[in-house]
Design a protein around this ligand. Structure first.
Ligand SMILES: [Zn+2]
Length: 131
């Protein structure tokens, strides 16, 4: 990815600040080549109903891209002090990620680590460490 993945993650963290969720605040950024194509935060839908789940950041970012095949997705979850927390996508989001042809997913693990996973490829998962 031309745009540094750490830079994209910083932007995702800013996007997470726009979430209206009470507890989990996540931001996602989709990137193709050096360009950011979309951003999205997780959003709760109010009033809450038992069977209604909010919009996850990954879905939000993916749905804003006309053709998501081959995009990279960078997802960051922030705590109340802006610290980064684990943001590996949930099963529903992985389904969407696979179906829509996302190429690779990066997600915050903590302030200094990002997970990096290829989608639909038998390549090893990596942990990237901030330099
Ligand atoms: Zn999800």
């Amino acid at each position: 990815m031309g745009l540094s993945v750490w830079k994209a993650a910083e932007i995702a963290a800013k996007v997470a600040e726009t979430s209206n969720a009470q507890k989990y605040r996540l931001g996602a950024v989709s990137v193709r080549r050096k360009e950011i194509l979309s951003v999205g935060a997780n959003m709760m839908v109010y009033p809450l109903a038992d069977n209604v789940r909010g919009l996850h950041a990954e879905e939000n970012a993916i749905r804003r891209v006309e053709d998501p095949v081959g995009i990279n997705l960078v997802v960051v979850r922030i705590g109340w002090t802006g610290n980064w927390l684990l943001a590996r996508p949930c099963d529903n989001c992985w389904d969407l990620i696979c179906k829509t042809g996302v190429r690779r997913v990066f997600y915050s693990i903590d302030n200094h680590h990002l997970g990096a996973e290829w989608v639909n490829r038998k390549l090893p998962k990596r942990i990237l460490e901030a330099g």
